[in-house]
Design a binder for this molecule. Structure first.
Ligand code: HEC
Length: 466
């Protein structure tokens, strides 16, 4: 008798607790009898919930049931972990959340699980247009650059314009681009802006422009004490409207920023041209004497590296001091590069991409004297900004590279070791065109996301739940 009960006991509980069932399996075994299209209770994935909303409420309901509704308790049949996972799954897949999408006036309210973290996607602020960048005032307000030429200060969900910033040529991919605080902002008050500058030059009857950088201070929401950090000579300005770069990295008193090829492929290889380059200057704009091409005749002394197509992401890996960038390829060939002094990254001589028309740009993917990307995506995801995760909140993602994507509207986590890429996983999808990633001082993750369907821009925040 005794042995029989023990055997029965083991049979009953072993499979359930050692092999946790997937939410899908649980639903079809235990729930769909009542929750189906023709069952009495509402369909778990197709209906809108009436009684529960958050993961905690769903968990509680599945654990304890509700006699008054006719919903049974499952705390005996399912482990705590299974119930939790099921609740997260239901919350994520619920029809109401799908319709909520991003642009619900309330918090976004989506819960996602990926790579060991369950996190909440919260909407901080929304506006008409395209947000290009976000950074953090010391007190908790946000500094937001909007491409049409507006610099915002966000405070408790309210946007206030910072007046007096330079005019930008807001056409095509140009406009107000990156806006970042100097790492010693608290002491020196400097804020850096990059934008498409219009110097009144025309070529072929069109206004020409080039990526420019200024710094200034913000006082009582006014832009004051502006200094020019980089402004290309008029003859370097180009009439095209695309591929401006541009992201800032601050390191050891220097400012690095990227300029895209401005649609002029071959000029990325031309050291007398500013386009298709990563630039390095002292943070006050002076040219460092140890820049790689200061003694090369005909070369611009600002250049740090060249052969870039459109680097729209750049970040510092603090533990090693290495600078990593992402580069927007053509159709295919989006890259992650490790940026080193004087290197040639190969565009357009070598690439993994093809023309948008499908025709080949080149047969070559490798060449002596040209750097290989550390990672590339073909087909292209339209790669945006990147940041290394340094966050006790997202502790399981620590040290990995967070990668934004525009076209595929997702966030990726790329793990890197000894200069090579180990893994590449999607951690958030179907959001919107993500242009910028930023790790907040509290370890949460901020995104600048834009929707072409609605024409709206949002700042989103990812926070780990529990
Ligand atoms: C014996 C039938 C029955 C079974 C089995 C059952 N439920 Fe229910 N459930 C109900 C009823 C009845 C309600 C209340 C009516 C409604 O909301 O559709 C309900 C409500 C719910 C709700 C709340 C819906 C809302 O509108 O807020 C959730 C979530 C839920 N059930 C999940 C589950 C899950 C998960 C399982 C399987 C582990 C399950 N149910 C199994 C009968 C059942």
């Amino acid at each position: 008798m005794h042995r029989f009960y023990l055997f029965y006991f083991i049979c009953l509980f072993l499979p359930m607790h050692l092999d946790a069932k997937t939410p899908e399996a649980i639903i079809s075994e235990l729930c769909s009898g009542c929750h189906s299209d023709n069952g009495q209770a509402g369909h778990l994935l197709k209906s809108r919930y009436q009684h529960v909303n958050s993961v905690n409420e769903i968990t509680h309901l599945i654990q304890h049931g509700r006699d008054d509704l006719g919903m049974p308790a499952f705390s005996d049949a399912l482990s705590e972990a299974e119930i939790k996972q099921l609740a997260v799954y239901l919350q994520q897949n619920n029809q109401r959340n799908k319709h909520k999408s991003l642009f619900n006036p309330k918090q976004v309210g989506l819960i996602n699980s990926a790579q060991g973290h369950t996190f909440f996607v919260e909407r901080i602020v929304e506006a008409e247009g395209v947000f290009w960048s976000v950074d953090f005032f010391p007190g908790g307000d946000l500094l937001i650059a909007q491409r049409s030429g507006i610099l915002w200060r966000e405070s408790d969900g309210q946007l206030t314009k910072i007046t007096g910033i330079p005019n930008v040529l807001a056409k095509g991919q140009g406009g107000l681009l990156d806006a970042k605080f100097h790492p010693n902002y608290k002491e020196n008050g400097w804020v850096y802006l990059s934008y498409s500058e219009d110097k009144g030059v025309t070529r072929f009857g069109r206004t020409a422009s080039m990526t420019a950088v200024v710094r200034g201070k913000i006082r009582a929401n006014k832009w004051v004490e502006q200094q020019t950090i980089y402004s290309a000579d008029k003859d370097l300005h180009i009439a095209a409207r695309q591929h401006y770069g541009s992201r800032f990295v601050f390191k050891e008193g220097y400012v690095y920023f990227s300029i895209g090829d401005r649609g002029q492929k071959k000029q990325a290889q031309d050291l007398s041209r500013a386009n298709g380059k990563v630039i390095r200057l002292h943070d006050d704009g002076r040219i460092p004497v140890d820049n790689p091409f200061v003694n090369t005749e005909g070369a611009l002394p600002h250049i740090w590296s060249y052969g870039h197509r459109n680097p729209q992401g750049m970040t510092l890996h603090t533990p090693t001091g290495n600078i990593w960038s992402t580069e927007h390829g053509p159709k295919g060939g989006d890259e992650i590069n490790l940026i080193k002094k004087g290197n040639n990254y190969g565009w357009p001589v070598i690439t993994y991409g093809v023309n948008y028309s499908g025709t080949k740009i080149t047969d070559k993917t490798h060449m002596k004297g040209m750097e290989q990307p550390k990672h590339y995506w073909t087909p292209s995801i339209a790669v945006g900004d990147v940041d290394f995760i340094d966050s006790t909140m997202f502790s399981k993602w620590q040290g990995a590279l967070l990668v934004a994507s525009l076209k595929s509207q997702e966030l990726r986590l790329v793990r890197i070791s000894d200069h090579s890429v180990l893994s590449d996983d999607v951690v958030l999808s179907d959001i919107a065109r993500i242009r910028e990633t930023q790790i907040a001082p509290d370890g949460s993750i901020y995104l600048a996301a834009n929707s072409r369907q609605t024409g709206k821009a949002q700042i989103l925040r990812l926070v780990v739940v529990q």
